[in-house]
Design a protein around this ligand. Sequence first.
Ligand SMILES: [Zn+2]
Ligand SMILES: [Zn+2]
Ligand SMILES: [Zn+2]
Ligand SMILES: [Zn+2]
Ligand SMILES: [Zn+2]
Ligand SMILES: [Zn+2]
Length: 463
Amino acid sequence: MNQIKKFSEEFFRNLKCGVVWDRDVLIVKNVPRSFEDLSGKTAPYRLSFVFGEDDSIFVGKGSPMLVAMMKFLEGAGKTTLLKIDFEVNPEVEIRKRINFKNCEIGELEKSYRNNFFSRFSFVTSFGYLNECERVVSEVYVHDGKVVEGDLDGYRVVEGARLTVDGDSVKKDYGIAKERAVELTTKKQREIGDILKGRVDAEVARIRGHYDRQLGEVGGDLNGRLERMKRLELELRSAGDGERGGLRERLDRMRAGLVKAGEDEVRGRILREMETTIQDVRQKFSLNVSRKLVNTTVIYYPVYLFQLCVKGGDVKSCIEVSYDPLTKSFDGLNCEGCGAEIVNLSLCAGGHVTCGECLDVCGECGKRFCVKCLGRSCESCGRKVCADCAVLCLGCERYFCGAHVRSDCVSGEDRCVLCLRACLRCHGMAEEKFFGEARDGSKVCLKCVGEEKRGKVMERVFRQ
Ligand SMILES: [Zn+2]
Ligand SMILES: [Zn+2]
Ligand SMILES: [Zn+2]
Ligand SMILES: [Zn+2]
Ligand SMILES: [Zn+2]
Ligand SMILES: [Zn+2]
């Protein structure tokens, strides 16, 4: 039991959680989301190592909590599918954003498509000097980019029925791994620096030790004998602690005297030093390993709202998408000028607009967006809506109602620029419908005809 207790405490400490003992209950806070999702339990935890305690989670052989810890370490939690559940009321969301000016919401329908991002949990282990320090990094990737992820406050449900798009997850993994390496390089450098300092000190100590030995080997025979004599004296007066070392040195010197050449001894000492240094380097080396312990694909719905607005006898429907994660709308732009809509106004032509770009039709006085008021009268320049613009079939240009007249000869509508005034009847007609009156003046063919008829009548009456 004690072992499980110790393991649990270590486990959560390694995950950088807040760990506190309350008598025999282990209180754990700030648990990484990936572990919460894997265990299915939201922190803080009260962990009890005795079965049947109230208000606490039992941790013991075979208990789900212990299994979750093991799984997390083994990376058995592989790919988890989660779905974020949103309760979105389209009308509320739209009203939060939009003021309706000259119209109201008619119908509003909601549908959705799934969007997803991935979360990768890495455990990086730093092994050195019989210690193992672990760092958990959780990296969120959305749309091929690392994003600051935080699922706090979202209701997450199992999304087991969804299938994972393996390729995009694989792509995301590469990105996440790079990020995980970045996140731990600082730590790696810190530990590395500390270790290097200690190795350097240790190596210096070893070199000093062997240098002394080499010094003892060198020198002439008399010098050596002299030194041995001194050592013997020292040994006699030495305390218990030093005696062993001194005796060893003395033995070595004696051996050196009897043994063959100095070069051989020197070589042996140098080899021994190299091995010792290598051992130290080995002992202080840092082993970094990184393991992906969990991949979670998190789905969430992006809503499509079919929004229909009504104002007077004008009605218009647009499709707006709403991302509940970023709380952003897409498609709520003015159909006239493209600006983002805050105050929604319907143009008389049925476009959903920002209201700012609306203008009045010079003819009917209704308010239209720039798209609908694309025409202006060639004669007076007033903007006119599609309904009010009149096409002159003579010159094929558009005019306002005030600058179009009925040709008094043909009866067809023509613009004033295509017509000419008849000074006799004050009507207007196209140039080609003018002829010469009896007095030589140019009059419209109607007047010409009347004049002719008048002559005929005159003759009739004269008879
Ligand atoms: Zn606009
Ligand atoms: Zn008009
Ligand atoms: Zn319009
Ligand atoms: Zn006009
Ligand atoms: Zn014309
Ligand atoms: Zn006339």
